[in-house]
Design a binder for this molecule. Structure first.
Ligand SMILES: Cc1ncc(COP(=O)(O)O)c(C=O)c1O
Length: 337
C-alpha cells in the first residue's frame, strides 16, 4: 500500500520550522546544529503525536467510530493531543492514565497535561501499573466494551507491540518534510537525533528517509527502556512500517542506533544531564524542552558532541518532539535549575 492509501485526518500544522541553533553550536564547538520544531505542530500545544494521530484518527473516521480510547502515563502528551484531536473532530475521548512514574507531587497529578486533558473534555480512568503494556491494553478493551454496551462505536489506539504502528506513518511523512526543507534551504544533514520511546517516531523517520533514498543516520536516545530492548523494538517496528508502505527489506541492523546513556534512573526521572540540556536549550536558544523526552534527547546530542561522535564539518538535526505542557507537571524536578 502506498502511504497515500491510508486514511488520514489532517491535524498537524505543517511544515514545522527547521531552524539553526547558532548559539548552542558555537558554545559546544562541534558540528552545526539544527532543530526541527515539531513542538509547533499545534493541536493543544504541539508535539510529535499530532503527526502520528493523523493516521489513527483517519482510521477511526474510516471505521465510523465516535469515541477514541487511549492509554498513557499520567503526564502523557499523546493522551492530551488525542483528547484535542477528538474534540476537533467531534468525537468523544476516554483516556486511561497509568501510574508509570513514582512522582507523587500534586502538580504531577493535576497540572500540565492532566489539566489540559480535563479542559479538553476527556473522560479520565486510572490504571495502577505503568510497565504492564498488555494489562494496560486490556484496560482499554474493558472501556471499549462499556462504550459498545452504551451504543457507542469505540476506536482503541493500541500502542503495545503487535498492533500496526499506524502512527509511525506520520513520521514517514515527517521525514519527507525534512528532506524537502533541507533541499529547499540548500543544506546537508548528516545525522538526526531524537527521543526514542514507543519507537513510532524513530521507526517512521528511518523508513521515511530510506524511502526517499536518504542515508541520513538516525540516533535514538532511549527515554523508557534499556538500549538492547529498544534496539529490537525499533528494528521490528521499522520493518513493519517499511512493509506497510511497500518498502521491503529496507531497514537493517546497521540502520539502528540507540543509546541509553542518557536515560538516567529511568522513565520520567531526572538526571543532571537532562537538567543541563533543558537549561542550555532555554538560555542559549529560547527553546523549551520537557524533562521526560526532549530534555533527555538533547542531553544525548550534547553528550555525543562532547565525546567527539561528530566532526565539525557535519550537521546534526535535533528533532524537537514537543512535550511543553509536561514542564508544569514536573515543576518540582526543575527546582534546582
Ligand atoms: C514529547 C515527546 N517526545 C518524544 C516521544 C517519543 O516518541 P515515540 O513514542 O514515537 O518514540 C513522546 C512520546 O510520548 C513525546 O510525548
Amino acid at each position: 500500500m502506498a502511504i497515500s492509501d491510508y486514511p488520514r485526518a489532517i491535524l498537524a500544522h505543517s511544515p514545522t520550522p527547521l531552524e539553526a541553533m547558532p548559539n548552542l553550536s558555537r558554545m559546544l564547538g562541534g558540528p552545526s546544529l539544527l532543530v526541527k520544531r515539531d513542538d509547533c505542530t499545534g493541536l493543544a500545544m504541539g508535539g510529535n503525536k499530532a503527526r502520528q494521530l493523523e493516521f489513527y484518527f483517519g482510521d477511526a473516521q474510516a471505521q465510523g467510530a465516535d469515541t477514541v480510547i487511549i492509554t498513557g502515563a499520567v503526564q502523557s502528551n499523546f493522551v492530551r493531543m488525542t483528547a484535542a484531536a477528538a474534540a476537533k473532530l467531534g468525537m468523544a475521548c476516554e483516556i486511561q492514565l497509568e501510574n508509570r512514574v513514582a512522582t507523587k507531587t500534586l502538580e504531577y497529578k493535576v497540572s500540565g497535561n492532566v489539566l489540559l486533558d480535563r479542559l479538553l473534555g476527556a473522560k479520565i480512568h486510572y490504571f495502577p501499573e505503568g510497565e504492564d503494556e498488555a494489562g494496560a491494553d486490556k484496560g482499554l478493551e474493558d472501556i471499549a466494551e462499556r462504550v459498545r454496551g452504551e451504543g457507542g462505536k469505540p476506536y482503541v489506539i493500541h500502542l503495545s507491540p503487535g498492533h500496526p504502528p499506524l502512527g509511525a506513518l506520520g513520521y514517514v511523512v515527517g521525514a519527507g518534510e525534512i528532506l524537502d526543507q533541507i533541499a529547499e534551504q540548500g543544506i546537508q544533514v548528516d545525522v538526526i537525533v531524537l527521543a526514542s520511546g514507543s519507537a513510532a517516531t524513530h521507526a517512521g523517520v528511518l523508513v521515511g528517509l530510506r524511502h526517499r533514498d536518504s542515508d541520513i543516520k538516525v540516533i535514538g536516545v532511549c527515554v523508557r527502556r534499556q538500549q538492547d530492548q529498544q534496539f529490537d523494538r525499533v528494528l521490528n517496528q521499522a520493518n513493519t512500517v517499511a512493509e506497510m508502505v511497500g518498502l521491503s527489506n529496507a531497514i537493517t541492523k546497521g540502520d539502528i542506533h540507540v543509546t541509553d546513556d542518557y536515560l538516567g534512573p529511568g522513565y520520567g526521572q531526572s538526571s543532571p544531564e537532562m537538567l543541563e540540556a533543558m537549561a542550555l536549550a532555554a538560555r542559549e536558544e529560547g527553546l523549551l524542552l520537557d524533562p521526560v523526552y526532549t530534555g533527555k534527547a538533547l542531553a544525548g546530542l550534547i553528550g555525543l558532541v562532547r565525546s567527539d561522535a561528530f566532526s565539525q564539518e557535519q550537521t546534526v538535526l535535533f528533532l524537537h518532539t514537543g512535550g511543553t505542557p509536561a514542564l508544569f507537571g514536573y515543576r518540582t524536578i526543575l527546582d534546582g535549575i
